[in-house]
Ligand binder design. Sequence first.
Ligand SMILES: Cc1cc2nc3c(=O)[nH]c(=O)nc-3n(C[C@H](O)[C@H](O)[C@H](O)COP(=O)(O)OP(=O)(O)OC[C@H]3O[C@@H](n4cnc5c(N)ncnc54)[C@H](O)[C@@H]3O)c2cc1C
Length: 403
Amino acid sequence: MTHASILITGAGIAGPALAYWLNRYGMKTTLVERAEELRTGGQNVDLRGGGREVARLMGLEDEVRARNTTEEGIHFVDEAGRTRASLPATAFGGEGLVAELEILRGELAKLLYERTRDDTEYLFGDRVAGLVERGDKVHVQFLKGPERAFDLVIAADGIRSKTRELVFADEAEIKSFGAYVAYFTIPRLGSDGTWSRMLNAPGSRSVILRPDNQGTTRAFLGFFSRERGLDRLEPAEQKARLRRVFADVGWEAPRVLSEMETAPDFYFDTVAQVKMPRWSRGRVALVGDAGYCPSGFTGMGTSLAMVGAYVLAGELARHADHRAAFESYEALLRPYVTRAQSLPPGLPRLANPKTRAGIAIEHALLRVATRPVISRLLGHLLSTSDKSITLPDYSHVGHATSA
Ligand SMILES: Cc1cc2nc3c(=O)[nH]c(=O)nc-3n(C[C@H](O)[C@H](O)[C@H](O)COP(=O)(O)OP(=O)(O)OC[C@H]3O[C@@H](n4cnc5c(N)ncnc54)[C@H](O)[C@@H]3O)c2cc1C
């Protein structure tokens, strides 16, 4: 086996998915995760198009389906809680705002971890502090563990990848949309039901309540701001900011703000895309958000991570030369990533209207959204270009073993 030992950084979605495929092709994988244990936080993530197909090839589709978030669709409500428009999960062929195949991010992370932990060496609570390529090895210094050498290093450590910074310096363009999101889990009330409910409030602010399959409710707060760097504030300051931004919003906003104070999993981030001129340098390559985060606005992050892992592993199994493998990986995947990252013009703002009139127009459009002609038009828009990719067939390469 040419690529005998591969270090992967980051045990999110892309990292363990990559380890799964590399293990199947007989390669030896080590996965270093900064957190002390698997991070199972996060809310609903969608598996669409190619992502769904990779889950099927991994034999995971039924398990994902069994862990479906049970969300039946989304009601768009006004500040009095009245439903103004509704979209069932089956609208747009199950690939619309609510995807038919949705799972809590933490549940998917656990499934992938369980599928790899016997064959992959997991190093929790550590990270790469430095790396240098010498001859046909990458010599890696860890923050805590001893220095080791690997044939290849793959960075799967997310949107703010430190491994990417170490290797590609400032080559990454982080395109911010000027929007911030907060996610957290709150106690379920009987009135929360089985549909998501979303309020658009003037000033491009949104509140979403989503049912999950754990007996709790997932809360979301989103807003736009000219201020940069709110994601780097301490959680207490971020919460104070959210209390101010949503102070005059009605419906369930007061309940959400109050529950936010004691939520066990408060998560706050900026909405951004990662654009890299290249995805590999020497013996190091990028996969998932680290290389091409499409942002939460696209609903494509998890699918890109799954497909990216599948193609990168397949190309490494197909080519003895890592340069040829990385080149082919990029050639096959870049058009798909470019489509996934290209949002219809003005979409983040259009989906988050500033004024009451804009919100009324949005609701009127959504009310007719499932009518055939409009559905085709909206389906095309919401599909954020094309979510599909013809996956290469790697069933006969490497040392593939059955799942
Ligand atoms: C805790 C959490 C919650 C999330 N919640 C949502 C959500 O609700 N909705 C949504 O759409 N997306 C969410 N995401 C992002 C989503 O998982 C990704 O956009 C997508 O699935 C692609 O996955 P990824 O593996 O590339 O990145 P991620 O899932 O972000 O995984 C990256 C992993 O790398 C680890 N890491 C970071 N730095 C280092 C380092 N220097 N060394 C080693 N490991 C490192 C992180 O701890 C993490 O486990 C969340 C991510 C995380 C980490």
